[in-house]
Design a protein around this ligand. Structure first.
Ligand code: MTE
Length: 362
């Protein structure tokens, strides 16, 4: 077992702060990602908090400020369990780095995405107990982990629009896959914002603030924003670029692995597709760079907030082959073909077609 209870074969991009993703084959064909396999993205040191001492304050544009212990949360509100996929905005950045350098950012492959069953209470119920004021347009989250990379160094935070905060799927979660939420994933309590970039699912949350404006935290105002290709990220400041929230349709191939040599003939290909709030409608797979496509089978939808695993069996030719996959969402939006036109200086939102190279053996 490697650090933080993770499997030995995690691809560790950074040991401190801990940033690691599972190899693609470890995510394949499993609707729920085991905790030891779930990717982990941290901007600062992982705090070890005593669940008995943990308190959540709810303040800002509310009628009543609240200070809740973990047992207040458990006993005062209806419990809700849902399956939701978290995807980092930097998932599949490696494909953008192939197009052009992205200094200072980890080369995440296809594994900065994972799916778990989360248990907690609805954020909407807690906000309901506090009574939202008429000026509340955003709900901000604050955590205790201090990120040295922030300028100036500051604790992690972020916010979501109030309409999302009041949607029943946003949780204050203390459980992950039926066990207490481990420290590396935000225990004792984290926010889970299904369908939005992982950055908004603030771990170790200790403060929820209703406010008129989005959070001015570095990770909301400056990071996790899509800059234009010609922008200099060291010269950008709060409010520059597009704020990232709901995720765009995306997919990747998990099996076979890129570069694998395997017997030619009938070959099963499988992967994930995720479209957040819109949902995945269809996945196509091609052996001729997209000139023709075969539709993959989608697994049963476990939960509207979870990825769809897909699989298809194709006749792999002898010799080198490229396997391409693309997903469509329920608005009939499709992934863009090439990462070349998506490149951006921080390397976010690579949702270009998935491609792997394999060799069919005679
Ligand atoms: N919350 C805190 N407090 N600190 C962090 O560094 N990282 C965010 C989010 N919540 C982060 C955080 C990012 S960028 C992502 S993608 C997800 O947590 C990752 O969650 P995980 O580590 O449980 O996979």
């Amino acid at each position: 077992m490697s650090r933080w209870g993770k499997r030995e074969d995690m691809i560790v991009h950074e040991a401190e702060p801990y940033n690691a993703e599972p190899p693609p084959r470890a995510l394949a064909d499993r609707a729920l990602t085991p905790v030891d396999t779930f990717y982990s993205r941290n901007h600062g040191p992982i705090p070890r908090l005593d669940p008995r001492a943990w308190r959540l304050s709810v303040d800002g544009e509310v009628e009543r400020e609240l200070a809740l212990s973990l047992s207040d949360l458990r006993s005062g509100f209806e419990h809700r369990t849902l399956t939701a996929t978290l995807q980092c905005a930097g998932n599949r950045r490696a494909g953008l780095i192939e197009v052009g350098d992205i200094p200072g950012e980890a080369p995440w492959g296809s594994g900065a995405i994972s799916t778990a069953e989360w248990t907690g209470v609805r954020l909407a119920d807690v906000l309901g107990a506090a009574g939202l004021g008429p000026r509340a347009a955003h709900v901000a989250f604050a955590a205790p982990d201090v990120a040295a990379e922030a300028d100036p160094p500051q604790p992690y935070g972020g916010s979501i629009p109030v309409a999302k905060a009041l949607a029943g799927e946003v949780l204050l979660a203390w459980g992950m896959n039926g066990a207490p939420l481990p420290a590396v994933h935000g225990g004792p309590v984290r926010v889970v914002v299904p369908g939005h970039i992982g950055a908004r699912s603030v771990k170790w949350v200790h403060r929820v603030t209703a406010q008129e404006r989005p959070s001015d935290n570095y990770f909301q105002a400056t990071v996790y924003r899509l800059l234009t290709a010609d922008a200099d990220p060291s010269a950008t400041g709060p409010g520059d670029g597009l704020s990232l929230g709901p995720v765009a349709v995306n997919a990747d191939i998990l099996r076979p692995g890129d570069g694998e040599v395997l017997p030619a003939g009938a070959t099963e290909i499988s992967g994930y597709a995720f479209a957040g709030e819109r949902g995945v409608a269809r996945v196509d797979v091609s052996l001729d760079l997209g000139d023709s496509w075969v539709q993959a089978d989608l697994d049963e939808r476990a939960d509207p907030w979870a990825w769809r695993l897909w699989r298809v069996t194709l006749d792999l030719p002898v010799g080198p082959a490229v396997i391409t996959a693309r997903a469509w969402d329920t608005a009939a939006a499709c992934q863009p073909e090439s990462a070349r036109h998506l490149w951006n200086p921080k390397g976010y939102v690579n949702n270009s077609w998935a491609r792997i190279h394999v060799i069919g053996r005679d």
